[in-house]
Design a protein around this ligand. Structure first.
Ligand code: PMV
Length: 344
């Protein structure tokens, strides 16, 4: 049997930044994200007899020594410990977004790997059977989190809350609003495609050194309440203004940490400033958020997505590498195939 898991990426509206316990992936704060649709990872897991795990990424077999393969294989060891299974797996994985787009793939990647790997090891072909065997979405989310923090939110659809809780084992991830209750598009504006110089895992560690980190943590519970209230009320303006401040606040922490890191490029800041000007002028209603990189996520109503995208393209031309039109979505899916039925 071979299983194929599909997991979307997610964009955080309240960012997870800084960890209280890195080994157990216990975040410093609660975070809230919107699960996407088009930006996703597809991962096939097949049991092999070779006695070794194999990783094929984007059609290429990676050597076990490579950084990516080592991280994946450590995660498969964890899944074997959790399931009690001993089999080795061939993992074939690819992203639907261009890997050179500079969009983090660890959230969708570890969500898909956790789902496909667990399903193959347990020979459980769908989500219902996985849950019957004790691997509910919540448990899968906890496992995905150990691969990459933000991956835990990709197990669910719509708007997803990751609560830090009072202890590492008391964390909770759950959907708080369905996609259709507040449909939004996400225009992922790729300004720079190169790999980031400082990984988010490294920058997370320095969060505590920023003098702005304490005030950020103190203000976040109220911020989260305001964002949840805006979502519940369907108030896009309130939501948009809050998420812009929130993203800039995270970047202020990153830039004032020791050592300081700057993910924002000139083009990033120019695009955000222009978006605010156009909004004030009444050209359209759209708001930005920015992850740990230079690219900008522009959130707008789905009916406005094509027009906003065209205006960004017209204003910034060649400065924009690409714009990926994405939207809120349903979360992971799992399918199983007999090995011989798989497309080559
Ligand atoms: O999951 P990580 O370790 O790559 O951290 C992700 C951090 C942000 O993307 C910047 C924010 C978030 O909550 O997704």
């Amino acid at each position: 049997m071979s299983v194929v898991a599909i997991a979307p990426s997610n964009i955080a509206l309240v960012k997870y930044w800084g960890k209280r316990d890195a080994a157990r992936q216990w975040p410093a704060n609660d975070s809230l994200s919107m699960t996407l649709t088009a930006a996703r990872t597809e991962t096939r897991a097949t049991i092999v007899d070779s006695g070794e795990d194999e990783l094929v990424y984007g059609g290429k077999l990676l050597t076990p020594e490579s950084k990516e393969a080592a991280r994946v294989m450590r995660h498969l060891d964890l899944l074997r410990r959790e399931t009690g299974a001993s089999a080795h797996l061939r993992i074939e994985t690819q992203n639907t977004f261009p890997s050179a787009a500079g969009i983090a793939s660890s959230a969708s990647g570890f969500a898909a790997l956790t789902l496909a790997g667990t399903a193959a090891l347990l020979e459980a072909p769908d989500l219902a059977q996985l849950a019957d065997r004790g691997f509910t979405r919540s448990r899968l989310a906890s496992l995905a989190r150990l691969g990459s923090g933000s991956a835990c939110r990709s197990l669910f659809g719509g708007y997803v809350l990751w609560e830090a809780g009072t202890a590492p084992e008391r964390q909770d991830v759950r959907p708080i609003l369905a996609p259709e209750a507040f449909p939004l598009a996400d225009l992922i504006v790729v300004l720079q495609a190169e790999e980031k110089r400082v990984s988010s895992s490294e920058a997370h560690r320095h969060a505590w050194t920023s003098p702005l980190f304490g005030p950020r943590l103190a203000g976040l519970p109220e911020r989260l309440k305001r964002i949840e209230a805006a979502l519940a009320a369907g108030d896009f303006e309130r939501l948009g203004i809050e998420i812009e401040h929130e993203a800039l606040e995270m970047h202020a922490v990153i830039m004032t940490a020791e050592p300081p890191v700057r993910y924002l490029e000139t083009a990033t800041v120019e695009l955000c400033a222009w978006l605010r000007e156009e909004r004030a002028r009444g050209s359209f209603e759209a708001y930005f958020t920015i992850d740990a990189g230079p690219n900008v996520h522009v959130l707008c109503r789905p009916r406005d997505a094509a027009a906003v995208s065209a205006k960004i393209q017209a204003r910034f031309g060649a400065g924009v590498r690409s714009i990926l039109q994405d939207q809120i979505g349903e979360g992971v899916s799992l399918a199983s195939h007999p090995v011989e039925d798989l497309p080559s």
